[in-house]
Design a protein around this ligand. Structure first.
Ligand code: CP3
Length: 361
């Protein structure tokens, strides 16, 4: 297991997650490595496909670093995908051109559900190798974030067999056969906890759980079918590793209604989409967790002036960051592939400038 990585030169992101004072508001962007960057498209072309990129640690390292070479971002995120876990469980991930991710063997009946097993040892080694290689290549520049999908969000893709507009199949199973649904979620929670712990051992300095589809659940069901399993994952994380605390971030898109409950599952930080006011969120959760978010990604299609004013509005809505509460600036969801790269420069400069100004006022 790797032990001697270079010391961090910029720990602003980790400090904010741990609610320690920072000189400015750190930022990174969900999906910061991706198709809006021409250099990403060039590497993807050489790799042949998205999976060719993600499964090769050299390529994964290259594209993880690309956004950092362009912008003064305060964290790197492992280049991979949440669907690597169900792929390793034998569901057969593939990408149909222009259609997004799909599974060859979705979980549609009792037999398939009961046959589900956690990923066999070694099947996700390419991810852990990428983590170690990225952390080594970063050489202490900024911290590296590892990630996973939430048990519920993974189950959505595993039952639907791909993306969905209405989640009819997965919700039918949840209502008709909750026993099968819980079997999937229990298996996923165990797989996700092991997967994140292996990323931590390989060099990840923070971890994030993406619950992209938790917000599609009814109140009451969200708590039972998504939140309970994220709590299970968080409780099993090895968050003290080689003398460092490894912060955990949980993000339920559309989870604004349940903020207090999300803040209560034991994570260090809660990610918020753009429908929530940060100041209000801060009042609701107090100093239990740091907050991450929450600019509408579509803001990046506006002009420089609007980007500056919207980013400032987000920073000001959080209020003056003081010891005991932390803000990590981010988008409220992943950056669009159509985003003009120049818009991101405007955003990054604004967040750093305004964040410093807020602290000096
Ligand atoms: O943030 C980063 O830069 C790290 C990489 C990352 C990817 N996917 C790369 C990717 C992360 C953190 C993810 C998470 C992910 N993947 C989520 C949760 C976050 C979210 O966005 O809600 C989900 C739901 C997925 C599943 C997934 N993977 C979808 C729906 C798609 C298709 C999206 C699209 O825009 O076509 C993917 C593919 C994918 N994952 C791409 C990237 C850069 C695009 C692939 C390509 O190059 O063709």
């Amino acid at each position: 297991m790797p032990t001697n990585f270079a010391p961090l030169k910029n720990d602003t992101f980790l400090r904010a997650l741990m609610r320690q004072p920072t000189d400015y508001t750190p930022l990174w962007l969900m999906r910061q490595a991706g198709r809006y960057l021409p250099e990403y498209c060039a590497t993807r072309k050489r790799a042949g496909s998205f999976l060719g990129l993600a499964k090769n640690p050299d390529y994964a390292t290259e594209v993880t670093i690309q956004p950092l070479d362009r912008y003064a971002l305060d964290a790197a995120i492992l280049f991979s995908d949440i669907l690597t876990v169900p792929d390793a469980m034998g569901l057969g991930l593939y990408f149909a051109e222009g259609e997004g991710p799909k599974f060859e063997h979705p979980l549609r009946d009792e037999k398939a559900v009961m046959a589900l097993q956690e990923p066999p040892p070694g099947s996700l080694q390419y991810v852990f190798d990428a983590v170690t290689q990225i952390r080594t290549t970063l050489n202490g520049r900024v911290p590296l974030i590892g990630f996973s999908g939430s048990p519920w969000t993974l189950a959505c893709y595993m039952v639907e067999g791909g993306g969905s507009d209405d989640f009819r199949l997965v919700k039918s199973m949840m209502y008709n056969r909750p026993d099968l649904m819980h079997h999937i979620l229990k298996t996923n929670a165990s797989a996700v906890a092991s997967y994140l712990n292996a990323q931590i051992e390989a060099g990840a300095q923070a971890v994030m759980i993406f619950d992209t589809w938790g917000g599609t659940l009814a109140d009451g069901l969200y708590q039972r079918f998504s939140l309970a399993y994220m709590r299970e994952v968080v409780s099993r994380l090895k968050r003290e590793h080689q003398g460092a605390h490894i912060p955990a971030i949980v993000f339920t898109k559309g989870g604004g209604l349940w903020l207090e409950e999300i803040a209560d599952i034991g994570a260090d930080a809660v990610g918020l989409d753009w429908t929530v006011n940060l100041g209000e969120a801060r009042r609701r959760v107090g100093d239990r967790v740091a907050l991450q978010g929450n600019l509408d990604p579509m803001t990046l299609f506006a002009g420089a002036e609007q980007i500056r004013s919207e980013a400032t509005r987000v920073l000001e809505s959080f209020g003056k960051p003081q010891a005991g509460n932390g803000h990590v600036f981010n988008l409220g969801h992943g950056i669009s592939q159509f985003t003009p790269p120049e818009a991101v420069s405007v955003l990054v400069d604004t967040v750093h400038d305004v964040g410093r100004r807020l602290r000096s006022e």
